[in-house]
Design a protein around this ligand. Structure first.
Ligand code: SF4
Length: 328
């Protein structure tokens, strides 16, 4: 009997949870199909189909769904609400399955379980058990599948922590990715995972930094415990998960002073990011020894403009280091 094919779009949560979901569905006996990396065609399809005022990562997600929809029996688009009991994902994540369902015709059934740990300790397990039963799989098999998926997830995140990038960590090649020329600068590169790691969307930002001999330190390279313990200077915390994460990482890196510069990879059309960027700028003003730059990405992000800005930023930081050797 042919296996059920479950499609997982290669956007948004993909960068953090694909290994977990892939192993989970494989263990349930399903074949996982992904839409791969973002391309121009895929982005153009997404831009055409998504609401005009949607943020660019959501438009990209639409494109990935369109690339998958005729190849799979189910689409997996969970309604991810809260995974840490402290913060919630932005409203786009909460409404993602509905947005897709009501915007695109001819879709296969969508598995859209709500994931919200505020509903109790076993809430996530119950969500996965419901996914299992929608595929005709009993609870015992779900328990085993989830245990294996969590092991894969832990391994994946430990690779990210060691500086691996998602594509290499997902395939778990048995060697560290090549560093290229030895870096002489380290930049914090902070932003939402789907902005920092989508090479098409950000015009190959991480690769460009590597060519400029800059080591990129992302939020996923920082120990989760250190980030969770990090506070920021405001009486209220940002309640969107990724924005909170970015702001904690910003404070950690500025306060430790171990990076040579910080780049915020900001997303055009993102409400939460407009606030996050402002708060990062305010923090940067208190730590002028560590230069800060915001890069805004959108569907028109061009290679040439980005390269010029990165080169200018790296040159400026290098010159600063030469003239003020102990600036930190
Ligand atoms: S946080 Fe911003 S970029 Fe991410 S989905 Fe929400 S609106 Fe879009």
């Amino acid at each position: 009997m042919a296996k059920i094919r479950v499609g997982i779009p290669g956007a948004l949560m993909y960068y953090l949870y694909f290994p977990l979901w892939q192993v989970f569905f494989n263990e349930l006996g399903a074949e996982v199909v992904t839409s791969g990396r973002t391309t121009r065609v895929l982005l153009d399809h997404g831009v055409r189909e998504a609401l005009a005022d949607a943020c660019v990562p959501v438009k990209v997600f639409f494109g990935h769904v369109m690339a998958l929809k005729d190849k799979v029996d189910y689409l997996f688009i969970p309604r991810v609400v809260c995974l840490n009991r402290r913060t919630v994902y932005c409203p786009k994540f909460l409404g993602l399955p509905d947005m897709i369902r009501h915007s695109l015709p001819g879709l296969p059934p969508i598995i859209d379980e709500r994931m919200d740990v505020r509903a109790g300790r076993a809430a996530l397990f119950r969500a996965y058990r419901r996914i299992g039963s929608s595929l005709g799989v009993g609870p015992l098999l779900v328990v085993r599948a989830l245990a294996r998926a969590r092991r894969a997830d832990a391994r994946y995140h430990s690779l990210l922590l060691d500086g691996w990038r998602p594509p290499e960590a997902m395939t778990a090649v048995p060697a560290m990715p090549k560093e290229g020329r030895k870096p002489d600068l380290t930049f914090g590169v902070l932003g939402y995972p789907y902005a920092v790691y989508d090479d098409f969307l950000n015009a190959g930002l991480l690769e460009k930094l590597k060519r400029l001999k800059v080591r990129a330190l992302t939020a996923e390279n920082l120990a989760p415990g250190r980030l969770a313990a990090q506070t920021y200077d405001y009486s209220k915390r940002l309640f969107w998960t990724f924005s909170d994460q970015v702001l904690r990482a910003t404070h950690l890196l500025f306060e430790e002073g171990k990076v040579d510069g910080i780049i915020h990879v900001s997303v055009f059309g993102c409400g939460p990011d407009s606030i996050t960027d402002k708060m990062m700028e305010l923090k940067a003003k208190l730590h002028r020894a560590v230069p800060f730059m915001t890069l805004i990405i959108d569907e028109h992000t061009g290679e040439a403009g980005l390269t010029t800005r990165l080169e200018a930023f790296a040159d400026m930081v290098r010159r600063r280091k030469e003239t003020v050797p102990c600036s930190r």
